[in-house]
Ligand binder design. Structure first.
Ligand SMILES: Cc1cc2nc3c(=O)[nH]c(=O)nc-3n(C[C@H](O)[C@H](O)[C@H](O)COP(=O)(O)OP(=O)(O)OC[C@H]3O[C@@H](n4cnc5c(N)ncnc54)[C@H](O)[C@@H]3O)c2cc1C
Length: 299
């Protein structure tokens, strides 16, 4: 029998003040997208996230836009903003110049990543001849420049290029031991994968937070195609829930909301207190999830 008294998801927000959320956005490509971006930022900022982050386009293609967006978010909303940064295809000097640019703009949070080669996600990675070798090397480089809050990536189903769990966890440990403050996970849909990853990390002596990256399913078709490329599996039960809903947007949205709510409720009940929500620059599902986590807008 379920005992509601012992479930964290049945506590009120003031009974779990340690709860933290963050939201991830991508830099808009045109005016229409920019309008949706700001609409979402302005709807989510009053939920007082710990930070919102803005991604860095493949190979640095959004360098200026990422910087412009994080700087404006901080100025416009007062919410702390984190800039993503990748080291693929760039020399150390070029990457360091971007870090100094963030520093000069008052951005003190970086999500430090290796990035993927131009041939695509999962293709072999060759570092730039004068570049950082991987994300761990990049973290060390950022630390040499300044006192940033650094997040790195973690993969509950293993990064496609990690040959074994030992390689995966060793790499995560190198990034955290090298000065990162927390890891944020790739999206996953089986909470068991995340909880087993946590166990593996803790067994290897990793104590830093490993924050689950929650992907609300705005479009099952798009998410399942992206999942295939980045090594996230789509469980059969999840595919079954969205089966036949491509042309039924209302039911699709309701199922997506139920699926995401179920995922965070289970994680809350497992003792998870920090969540990173991938917004895809849309606010409705992120707002609903934040509400389930007990967040209300603060004027
Ligand atoms: C939260 C999050 C945010 C992201 N944001 C962005 C973004 O803004 N822009 C973007 O382009 N991409 C982004 N990505 C994707 C990321 O760039 C890719 O997943 C990339 O393939 C790996 O980056 P990493 O930082 O995890 O690399 P790393 O930690 O360097 O690891 C990559 C792989 O290489 C292996 N490896 C590392 N060092 C060694 C070594 N010395 N010897 C052998 N193997 C090694 C690791 O085991 C792992 O399999 C994000 C991913 C996540 C989870």
């Amino acid at each position: 029998m379920i005992d509601d008294n012992v479930r964290a998801s049945r506590q009120t927000a003031d009974q779990r003040p340690e709860l933290q959320i963050s939201f991830e956005f991508f830099p808009p490509k045109n005016d229409a997208m920019e309008e949706r971006f700001w609409d979402s930022v302005h709807k989510l900022a009053p939920l007082k996230p710990r930070f919102v982050s803005v991604t860095y386009g493949a190979g640095g293609t959004t360098r200026e836009r990422t910087l412009r967006m994080v700087s404006s978010i901080k100025k416009d909303t007062g919410v702390d903003a984190a800039a993503h940064l990748t080291c693929v295809g760039a020399s150390r000097d070029e990457v360091d110049a971007v870090v100094r640019g963030y520093q000069a703009a008052g951005i003190n949070r970086i999500v430090a990543l290796r990035g993927d080669p131009p041939e695509g996600v999962g293709q072999p990675f060759t570092p730039h001849p004068e570049g950082y070798q991987n994300a761990a090397d990049l973290v060390a480089g950022i630390r040499r420049i300044g006192d940033f809050d650094i997040s790195v990536a973690a993969y509950p189903e293993k990064h496609p290029q990690s040959e074994s769990w030992d390689v995966e966890i060793d790499n995560l440990k190198r990034k955290l031991d090298g000065g990162a403050d927390r890891a944020i996970t790739q999206m996953f849909f089986s909470n068991g994968d995340y909880l087993r990853y946590l166990e593996r990390a803790r067994a290897a002596g990793i104590t830093a937070p490993i924050v689950p990256g929650i992907q609300p399913i705005h479009s099952f078709k798009q998410i399942s195609s992206f999942a295939g490329r980045c090594g996230t599996s789509i469980p059969a039960w999840l595919a079954e829930r969205f089966d036949g809903l491509d042309d039924e947007p209302e039911t699709h949205a309701l199922v997506a909301s139920a699926v995401a709510a179920e995922q965070v409720t289970e994680l809350l009940d497992e003792g998870v207190t920090e969540f990173h929500i991938y917004t895809h620059n849309r606010s409705p599902l992120a707002l609903a999830l934040a509400r389930i986590l007990g967040r209300r807008p603060v004027a």
